[in-house]
Design a protein around this ligand. Structure first.
Ligand code: PMP
Length: 439
């Protein structure tokens, strides 16, 4: 068995629990055939064979409530998306070098969700590629290379992007042109989160300059997911965005996690902060499982790049992925998905908070829409992060039929991120299982 990086959040570690013969065999085969870089989740990895709505089923037909899925955020195998994909794949699958209406319909629909200043869409196959492309555009636009991120950020896996994704672990070096700032965790540091975040970004800019590095971009996940999910107070990004623009850099909003209505109040996380980014990157839920991602950009930001570099990305923007994504946007509108996210998300927050008096290990609980975080801390002083207990809770819930995971620098934050079609009944079941796991 290959060595496993224990710093991975909620990663399977061989030898901790007994596995069935089938699972043990599959795990060995993965190691043999896929090599040492892959990770499985949970002490007892799941072998899933089917999904429907908010439910996943294993080989024995056991159902798991999926409370950890922002990819199929309209639910597993959503019929509208399945239908759109099926119709398109049985008609035509081609690329962006041919004329086709669907990519234009997608651009029209996406651009209609943002300020007019953002006027172009470019497509990729993954969030990592979208951030990679954003960085290339930022470098051409600004003439700089410096990147500012938060301490526990994750933006993806390409060579360039992994250099500004500290959560890949200490063995993956940050670039010499990269500076980190503390995550804007208002609940830990008290009020004035906006001023503090802006001054941290200013300090990072000053440090880049001192080293002769011109700032190119500030990039943040606008819900700070891997930093521990930090929604409050809306608006706190404004000073930091102004700071990067004052020195000629651009602001990139990474919407791979919060985008497509998850926060309930807005389609995009940056809109909660009342800023207009220079580039917005997106991915995961964009095709409800189809590999489609991309970015929206201001014309003047992308202009020089577009003139100097042709852009063709074989699979990105293929007709099938575009059809899937158009279907996603139609369902979000028709089924009032954001409304559901806001209402059921508020109920979820209420139900998790209601467990606080019963379980002293529950610390701060926060969220926006169907994006909720619960800190697990020492019951004695309520401050020290309890990573081991968090791992035990996540795995106890998995045994009890509910899937979540953990995040944050200390790996002690329950990350609750169900599909956006979650119902109040789903929340009730979730809260029961969480209650049992905490006990
Ligand atoms: N940005 C953020 C904020 C992400 O969470 C992720 C994926 N977890 C990415 C970028 C990279 O997306 P992908 O895995 O599609 O490359």
């Amino acid at each position: 068995m290959n060595a496993v990086d224990l710093s991975s959040v909620n990663a399977f570690v061989p030898g901790q629990v007994d596995l069935g013969a089938d699972e043990a065999h599959l795990i060995e085969e993965r190691a043999r055939l896929l090599g040492p870089a892959y990770r499985l989740m949970y002490q007892k990895p799941l072998h899933l064979v089917r999904g429907e709505g908010v439910w996943l089923y294993d080989t024995e037909g056991r159902a798991f409530l999926d409370t950890y899925n922002n990819v199929v955020s309209l639910g597993h195998c959503h019929p509208d998306v399945v239908d759109a994909i099926t119709r398109q794949v049985t008609t035509l699958c081609t690329n962006t070098r041919y004329l086709h209406e669907t990519i234009l319909e997608l651009a029209d629909r996406l651009l209609a969700t943002v300020s007019d200043e953002l006027s172009h869409m470019m497509l990729t196959c993954s969030g990592s590629e979208a951030n990679d492309l954003a960085y290339r555009i930022a470098k051409v636009r600004t003439g700089g290379t410096g990147v500012i991120i938060t301490e526990t950020a994750y933006h993806g896996i390409t060579d360039a992007v992994s250099q500004f994704s500290p959560t890949l672990g200490p063995a993956v070096n940050l670039g010499v042109h990269v500076r980190t700032v503390p995550a804007p965790a208002a609940y830990r540091t008290g009020p004035n989160v906006a001023a503090r975040f802006a001054s941290d970004v200013e300090a990072a800019i000053a440090d880049l300059k001192r080293h002769g590095i011109k700032p190119a971009m500030l990039i943040v996940d606008t819900m700070f997911t891997s930093d521990g999910i930090l929604p409050d107070e809306p608006g706190f990004l404004q000073g930091a965005v102004e700071a990067i623009r004052r020195v000629g850099g651009i602001f990139v909003a990474d919407e791979v996690q919060p985008g497509f209505g998850r926060t309930g109040s807005h389609m995009w996380g940056f809109q909660r902060h009342d800023v207009v980014p220079d580039i917005v990157t997106m991915g995961k839920p964009m095709g409800n499982g189809q590999p489609i991602a991309g970015l929206l950009a201001k014309h003047d930001v992308v202009e020089a790049f577009g003139r100097s570099a042709r852009y063709f990305n074989t699979f990105a923007g293929n007709t099938v992925s575009c059809a899937a994504s158009v279907a996603v946007l139609k369902v979000i509108e028709r089924d009032r998905i954001m409304d559901n996210s806001a209402k059921v998300g508020a109920y979820l927050l209420e139900k998790v908070r209601a467990l606080v008096p019963k379980h002293a290990c529950l610390g701060n609980i926060r969220g926006a829409g169907l994006f909720v975080a619960a800190d697990i801390v020492s019951p004695e002083d309520g401050k020290i992060s309890d990573r081991d207990k968090t791992t035990r809770v996540v795995n106890a819930m998995r045994e009890d039929g509910v899937l979540i995971s953990a995040c944050g620098a200390d790996h002690n934050i329950l990350k609750i991120r169900p599909p956006l079609i979650f119902t109040r009944e789903n929340v009730d079941f979730f809260a029961e299982v969480l209650d049992r796991a905490l006990a």
